[in-house]
Ligand binder design. Sequence first.
Ligand code: NI
Ligand code: MN
Length: 226
Amino acid sequence: MKFTYLGHSCFLADIDGKKVIFDPFISPNEKASHIDVSEITADFILLTHGHGDHVADVEAIYKQSEATLVSTFEVVQWFQNKGLENAHPMNHGGSKKFDFGKLKMVNAVHSSSLPDGSYGGNPSGFVIEGGNKIFYYAGDTALHMDMQLIREEFTLDFAFLPVGDNFTMGPEDAAKAARMVGVEKVVGMHFDTFPYIEIDHEEAKAIFSEHGVELILLSVGQSVNL
Ligand code: NI
Ligand code: MN
């Protein structure tokens, strides 16, 4: 399964022939200035929560793609009120089968409001079974004990975890999260975009390797097959 890193927490994936984009924040991201949003199309746009650094390019990609938006009930309702009607609301603990695979919405410890201050419900993460793999995309979150439930229910192949610290887990907690959900391979996200979340890459990788976990830190525009 191919994932292309588009900066911050945004990945464009090809899952079972469907193009799935996660938390698109590209055009306001100086680190992604070489990525042209007008060329991005997707079949599905998945949003973990309503913060601006996760939803900035939703409308543009939706309009040029005929995409289906999937997020929490409150985030979906906010976008539907803006005219993005092709949207699928979910809530925590619920699973749904889509054309790219089965998605379970899981807990995240963070906050969620939309760019205009509207209530965004609770923030979420996803466990996705698709393309013969099972993976966890954590969204923005602290380390929390509910991650143990993910390990009980799923045998994950890899995970996408925030590692930038300050607003989410830093490398220490993310390495513990990797152990808790039972993965040996993690793709880091939510790092280096802003000064608040700049990290030392070698130090972060060393922390993960102390826990027996490989940390992959992609550069913006880089792809990885997982
Ligand atoms: Ni956030
Ligand atoms: Mn964020």
